[in-house]
Design a protein around this ligand. Structure first.
Ligand SMILES: [Zn+2]
Length: 111
């Protein structure tokens, strides 16, 4: 794995951590939608996406899935799973071991 691909994956893993923290802070969030940060590989990206809890969980259910603002996908490192209004679910095709290892939920469950 090249250094740049690893860096892209590291950015995405970091944004995922941020979203998990946002979800924690939004205690009792079940209905309606909330803002999550775009989990694209661009370190400078500050875009947010609006998702409901169920949609967010559908992304987080897989270690290699990330949610990004529409148009932020980098097809060299990920493939598109689903396109929605304003956001896209992508699956990492490079660095999938890395993003699986750094999955906060995998870590939390002690697997
Ligand atoms: Zn982005």
């Amino acid at each position: 794995m090249s250094v740049s691909l690893e860096r892209l994956a590291r950015n995405q893993a970091l944004f995922r951590e941020v979203n998990e923290r946002l979800l924690e802070l939004a205690e009792g969030f079940q209905d309606g939608s909330m803002q999550f940060v775009c989990e694209c590989s661009n370190q400078e990206c500050t875009q947010t996406v609006n998702m409901n809890h169920e949609e967010y969980e559908s992304v987080r259910g897989r270690s290699t899935f990330f949610v990004i603002a529409s148009g932020h996908e980098v097809l060299a490192v990920e493939k598109i799973i689903d396109r929605r209004d304003g956001w896209t679910i992508v699956q990492k095709v490079t660095a999938s071991d890395y993003v699986t290892e750094t999955d906060p939920r995998r870590h939390a469950s002690g697997v």
